[in-house]
Design a binder for this molecule. Structure first.
Ligand SMILES: C[S@@+](CC[C@H](N)C(=O)[O-])C[C@H]1O[C@@H](n2cnc3c(N)ncnc32)[C@H](O)[C@@H]1O
Length: 416
């Protein structure tokens, strides 16, 4: 057994996006066999086998979805908080919702929003300074990707007042002031376990206090929603308590797009990615990364370079398949971060030894080529890396429209 041909259970689990329990079960059921490392008896997987599976990986639990598209039966409006460069907002717009106002503190992100949509009402500044009462009963959905912060928790059921000082408090305050039929929070998967799950529980109990039932939380995988990137987003949906209607999450698509679809002319974009600026790796990193093949990562380096590049992490175990990673054309990109220069999250171009350019970054997040980003190159990467992928936002938008169509037709029927 040549160990360099094999990878650990953690690495296989990261690459395939399946839990270790699932892989152990698959091994027991003979669906994906592991071999045992002779000394430790740990499960090891043949790298070439995982790589093939990885590229062709299709979730067999997903039914064929033709489209989530739904036509809005009325003119629906959205108030978008923590709007960033507008990933979610463009998605909502593409689905057919009209942005009545967007709040954002970052001046470059605000400039991006204004440059691309001079008609949007961009409320620039700290959310704490704004009252949203003028939108009371005038907006159909309040959305927002509030940054995640722990609550100071006294052990009792958390109420709105206890959360004061956090950005979730501000989100909930806006929802309370606006009183929309539905509100949507978006966050990273990590919110599920943040402070042992207490943060999410706190958010649910606050929404309950201000009159909203929270739909069982789901983490949506962007790859299932026409996004060529393995990004995940937790969605928190609140439905006003006087509405007795079921909200349905958008249905995942079976078709998975890859890096080639993002950067070249094809189903997702009707031309190759335009040229643009971008950052470079320092020479020391180039020297290392040029040794990594497509779809490879630090494990593909000679052992001495592995040790030097990984530093202390070399001995820490775990998969870490995102370090010194070169993306392959035939796979979705790994989650983009706010800076391509960030340590230990390299996502190298498949053929050239460099990070993705700004426009390539934007494509991987499914921003349209016409969407311009303001500020320095670093500011632009940050805005793109922070965003909800546009195509994921669009599908969530359809799910909101579907809900609102049902809500308003029921309301009308009652009035007749
Ligand atoms: C995860 S990003 C949101 C991305 C956005 N939904 C998109 O799809 O492009 C969170 C945003 O919250 C903004 N933010 C943080 N603190 C804020 C505050 N106090 N008031 C308003 N915006 C704030 C950040 O500048 C950042 O752009």
């Amino acid at each position: 057994m040549v160990m360099s041909d094999y990878i650990s259970l953690s690495e296989a689990s990261e690459l395939l996006g399946k839990s270790k329990e699932t892989l152990r079960r698959w091994d027991n059921e003979g669906k994906l066999n592991a071999v045992r490392e002779p000394m430790s008896n740990y499960r090891m997987y043949k790298k070439s086998e995982i790589n093939t599976l990885f590229s062709n990986f299709i979730d067999d639990t997903i039914q064929e979805t033709v489209s989530n598209y739904v036509n809005p039966e009325n003119n629906y409006t959205v108030l978008e908080l923590f709007a960033g460069a507008g990933g979610l907002a463009i998605g909502m717009e593409k689905a057919g919702l009209k942005c009545v106002a967007l709040n954002e503190i970052d001046k470059w992100a605000c400039e991006t929003l204004r440059t691309n949509r001079p008609n949007w009402n961009v409320l620039e500044g700290d959310i704490k300074q704004f009252s949203f009462s003028e939108y009371h009963n005038k907006v159909d959905v309040v959305t927002g990707g509030f940054p995640c912060q722990a609550f100071s928790y006294a052990g009792k059921k958390l109420g709105l007042a206890d959360a004061r000082g956090t950005l979730f408090y501000e989100f909930a305050r806006a929802v309370k002031e606006v009183n929309p039929p539905i509100c949507i929070g978006e966050n990273v998967r990590g919110l599920l376990n943040h402070d042992n799950g207490k943060t999410l529980q706190g958010m649910i109990s606050i929404l309950d206090e201000i009159g909203y039932n929270v739909v069982p939380v789901q983490v949506l995988k962007a790859i299932n929603f026409n996004v060529p990137q393995k990004r995940e987003r937790l969605i928190l949906v609140g439905i006003r308590k006087n509405i007795d209607l079921k909200y349905e999450y958008p249905k995942p698509y079976k078709k998975i797009y890859n890096l080639k679809d993002a950067l070249m002319k094809g189903d997702l974009f009707d031309c190759d990615v335009p040229n643009s600026g971008g950052s470079k790796y320092p020479k020391s990193k180039v020297d290392v990364l040029k040794l990594v093949p497509q779809k490879g990562y630090w494990r593909d380096l000679p052992i001495e370079i592995q040790k030097e590049f990984m530093g202390g992490s070399f001995y820490l175990g775990g998969g870490k398949t995102g370090i010194a990673r070169r993306i392959g054309w035939d796979e979705p990109c790994l989650t983009l971060t706010c800076s391509p220069a960030q340590k230990q999250t390299e996502r190298c171009h498949p053929e050239e030894t460099r990070p993705f350019t700004v426009r390539e970054y934007a494509r991987i997040q499914t921003f349209p080529d016409e969407w311009e980003f303001s500020g320095s190159i670093a500011q632009q990467y940050k805005q793109i890396g922070n965003a909800v992928p546009v195509n994921l936002g669009k599908e969530v938008g359809y799910s909101i429209i579907q809900f609102l169509n049902k809500y308003y037709s029921k309301l009308e029927a009652k009035q007749i």
